[in-house]
Design a protein around this ligand. Structure first.
Ligand SMILES: Cc1cc2nc3c(=O)[nH]c(=O)nc-3n(C[C@H](O)[C@H](O)[C@H](O)COP(=O)(O)O)c2cc1C
Length: 195
């Protein structure tokens, strides 16, 4: 069921470092291809990597789990096996705000991550990126803007969904390293019912 996939599709930040085949990554881009696109511009482009050296370089440019202040991201041996960099193509849109290109990057991210979950993989959307460094490392031309990075791997993390209490939305880790994610109840999300 879709709800089960969405429940399983948490932001995973620790992984078994199992290899992810390039064809698997291409299958995930197929899901991005089929996702909705504002004005059907299809202005998103992708860089996929399962290369260890490149992955290490990408990893250094990412910030992980800002609320967990005593943790700087996954240790060696628990890092992502692959990355998908989502880029906006300035040749296809000269105004990313007006053309909802940022929104589109979120939509394809969810498609990609749900596809990953179906393949017993998982990952995390990362927006806290040193974009200039990644641009340099991957030799990305000026007509492409880095929007998001999706880190992927075989999840090695227990994640528990909680209710938001006292309006505190910060995720936390318990003494057993389980990651707790508070979610607001739908009664708080639906502000008006018109039936
Ligand atoms: C657009 C976007 C950007 C995000 N950027 C980061 C990030 O830079 N680093 C990070 O560790 N998590 C990032 N996340 C993951 C969120 O922290 C995560 O979705 C949130 O804590 C809720 O957890 P859940 O995905 O398991 O529901 C991002 C999520 C989204 C949707």
């Amino acid at each position: 069921m879709l709800k089960d996939l969405i429940k399983l599709n948490r932001s995973y930040r620790k992984f078994y470092e199992a290899e992810i085949n390039i064809n698997t990554l291409k299958e995930l881009i197929e899901l991005a291809k089929l996702s909705p696109s504002p004005r059907n511009l299809q202005a998103l482009k992708f860089i996929i990597s399962n290369n260890k050296k490149t992955n290490n370089n990408i990893f250094e440019q990412l910030a992980w789990a800002g609320y967990i202040t005593d943790w700087n991201g996954p240790e060696k041996g628990e890092r992502p096996s692959a990355y998908i960099i989502i880029l906006g193509d300035k040749n296809l849109s000269d105004n990313f705000e007006r053309d909802f290109i940022y929104t589109a990057s979120g939509i394809v991210s969810q498609s990609i991550l749900l596809g990953a979950i179906e393949k017993e993989l998982g990952g995390c959307i990362i927006a806290a990126i040193k974009k200039n460094k990644i641009k340099e490392i991957l030799n990305i031309s000026d007509d492409l803007e880095i929007l998001l990075v999706i880190a992927l791997g075989k999840p090695k993390e227990e994640i528990i969904i909680e209710r938001v209490k006292n309006n505190d939305i910060k995720y936390w880790r318990d003494e057993n390293e389980a990651h707790h994610v508070p979610k607001r109840e739908i009664e708080e999300l639906i502000i008006k019912i018109i039936d």
